[in-house]
Design a protein around this ligand. Structure first.
Ligand SMILES: OB(O)c1ccc2cc[nH]c2c1
Length: 243
């Protein structure tokens, strides 16, 4: 997978070259290129924003600069790119989104700042039959798209074959089966007077699986009843329903 990121703060994306993601890049599983949006400015001040039409607070990012940047970065590789625009006004980015995008050949992230990017940049890309997804990572507002890109890139890249040491980790993620993961434990057996649940030390794999499923159902019902309500009809078996 090739990943391009366009931003006025390239340094914000430095964490993408650390740890697991850094190893994925070194292993050739991901090609990452971060581009400074100001490369495509033409004035001495390298202006990337201007006052909003219709008035109101803040500034809007200029379409000319973004249009030239997108054209130039898209032309760097012939693989089709999904253009991703982080915005608080976007569709929710979920584990299902990450799963879907993990099959893409190329992702191109555009990091807005200020009050966002002139809408015509997205409109122009879509009318050229480019795939453009405006997505939000949650119901809160950041100062720009860079942190959202860090979140989304990590969620996607960890799903790529060969990135996680044990692929089963991704298969047992929270949300992978529509439920939140239950609690996890490791040594010591007792810590500050708190013992590991006996069933987890029983060696009875059927009982352990049942216990884990019950804890996942319990936690999901308590913390995210919306996820439970959204499960497909056949997602719960009789044992689940008995819980
Ligand atoms: O909260 B967000 O995900 C987000 C994304 C992009 C921009 C651009 C300016 N503020 C932003 C906030």
């Amino acid at each position: 997978m090739r990943i391009d990121v366009i931003t006025i703060f390239p340094g914000y994306l430095a964490p993408l070259r650390e740890a697991l993601l850094g190893r994925a890049i070194s292993a050739g599983l991901v090609d990452l290129a971060v581009h400074d949006l100001r490369t495509w400015t033409r004035d001495v001040h390298q202006a990337v924003d201007d006052a909003p039409y219709g008035g109101g607070p803040g500034m809007v990012m200029r379409p000319q600069v973004w249009g030239e940047a997108l054209d130039a970065v898209l032309a760097l590789d012939e693989r089709p790119a999904r253009i991703v625009v982080p915005t608080p006004a976007g569709r929710p980015f979920t584990q299902a989104t990450a799963q879907a995008w993990s099959g893409d050949e190329r992702l191109l992230f555009t990091c807005g700042r200020y009050e966002g990017i002139d809408q015509r940049v997205v409109d122009d890309a879509r009318r050229r039959d480019l795939t453009v997804d405006e997505v939000s990572i949650g119901d809160y507002v950041l100062v720009g798209g860079e942190v959202a890109v860090l979140v989304m890139v990590e969620a996607v890249v960890r799903l790529l074959p060969g990135v996680l040491g044990n692929p089963a980790s991704a298969e047992q993620d929270s949300f992978s089966d529509g439920l939140l993961e239950g609690p996890a434990f490791t040594r010591p057996e007792v810590w500050r007077g708190l013992a590991v649940p006996d069933v987890l030390r029983s060696g009875n794999h059927a009982k352990i699986a049942r216990w884990r499923r019950d804890r996942a159902l319990e936690r999901t019902a308590e913390r995210r009843p919306d996820l439970l309500a959204a499960l497909p009809e056949d997602a719960l078996d009789d044992a689940d329903r008995a819980f």
